[in-house]
Design a binder for this molecule. Structure first.
Ligand SMILES: [Zn+2]
Length: 322
């Protein structure tokens, strides 16, 4: 079936200008386009010399975005050209289709782009479920590979750098995340939370003026070594966290100084309990508290009988989920 290439270009697929469409068929829920390259030849990827001498042809089957709820496949005949240049090590090279796809890909560039976006938004399993609904037919590993193949985001010179640690596995292994404080973007991740990698990173990325970090000594050392002129400041989160802890430990140390409120609601003169917390002070009441007390007593009774904590935890408790 002869088709008008310009018509298809505007309606069907990106890069159709690079191919001659030879046939279009639709069966079993899939539209199949049979096509071949229309260029007279191509430049050798190694030496750049143009060649139109065909060595052989082979078939590629490219999956594209669905078309009107039908699958869409391009059956592409690819020519392999001979590089005739005497000083080039390459003997043959495949015809490129730079707008349609990349070498060895099973999908068109635009389907790959869509899969990358689904993978970025939803990652593996959830992404694969959405991809199946959209008719993309890609498994979770395909989506993850698409995401891994995406280029790292580029950033210009940073003026304000945020440095903080995060747990790969809490209590065991930690990394360092570097952020752009001005636009709240992650710019890099360092393998450890030691001074060396931070100093090396700062050395490779000059221009940082202010380093906003938590108060770990290693970051102070790393920042000093890598960017000695930069101003180091404690970030707001860690200041608040430090202040909160200081207040908590101060109040806890002075708990005995707190006065017991009078039953009537008015504060009496200082009546300090003789020691610690008296029995009737701040005892929670109500059905919920009674249930908790009963559960507490039962758990301790079972422990006393020799049941393990794991066995007790596994029991079906009547109040579970309450
Ligand atoms: Zn060559």
């Amino acid at each position: 079936m002869q088709t008008d290439a310009l018509f298809w270009d505007s309606l069907v697929f990106e890069g159709i200008g690079e191919v001659e469409v030879e046939a279009v068929s639709a069966a079993f829920g899939t539209v199949e386009v049979v096509a071949r390259g229309r260029a007279g030849g191509a430049a050798c990827p190694d030496c750049g010399r143009f060649s139109g001498r065909v060595h052989d042809r082979y078939q590629r089957r490219l999956k594209d975005l669905p078309l009107a709820d039908q699958g869409f496949v391009i059956q592409l005949t690819v020519r392999r050209f001979i590089c005739g240049s005497a000083d080039c090590a390459r003997r043959t090279f495949a015809e490129p289709f730079s707008r349609l796809t990349v070498p060895h890909a099973r999908f068109t560039t635009r389907l790959n782009h869509a899969l990358g976006q689904v993978g970025l938004a939803l990652a593996g399993r959830a992404g694969a479920r959405l991809a199946a609904q959209l008719g993309f037919g890609a498994g979770r590993m395909t989506l993850l590979r698409r995401v891994m193949a995406l280029p790292d985001p580029r950033f210009s010179t940073l003026r304000l750098l945020g440095v903080d640690d995060f747990a790969i596995r809490r209590g065991q292994s930690y990394s360092t995340v570097l952020t752009s404080v001005e636009d709240h973007r992650v710019v890099d991740v360092l393998p450890t939370r030691e001074a060396g990698p931070l100093a090396a990173w700062l050395d490779r990325h000059p221009g940082v003026e202010i380093i906003c970090r938590d108060r770990a000594g290693a970051y102070a050392v790393g920042a000093r070594r890598g960017a000695s002129d930069a101003l180091q400041v404690a970030d707001r989160f860690h200041l608040w966290q430090g202040l909160g802890r200081a207040v908590e430990s101060c109040v806890a140390a002075h708990r005995d100084c707190l006065r017991t409120p009078a039953p009537g609601g008015t504060l009496p003169e200082a009546t300090r309990p003789p020691s610690g917390r008296s029995q009737d002070e701040a005892e929670p009441a109500g059905r919920r508290a009674a249930r908790k007390k009963a559960a507490h007593a039962l758990v301790h009774e079972m422990l006393a009988q020799g049941h393990s904590r794991r066995a007790i935890a596994r029991r079906e408790w009547p109040w579970a989920g309450a």
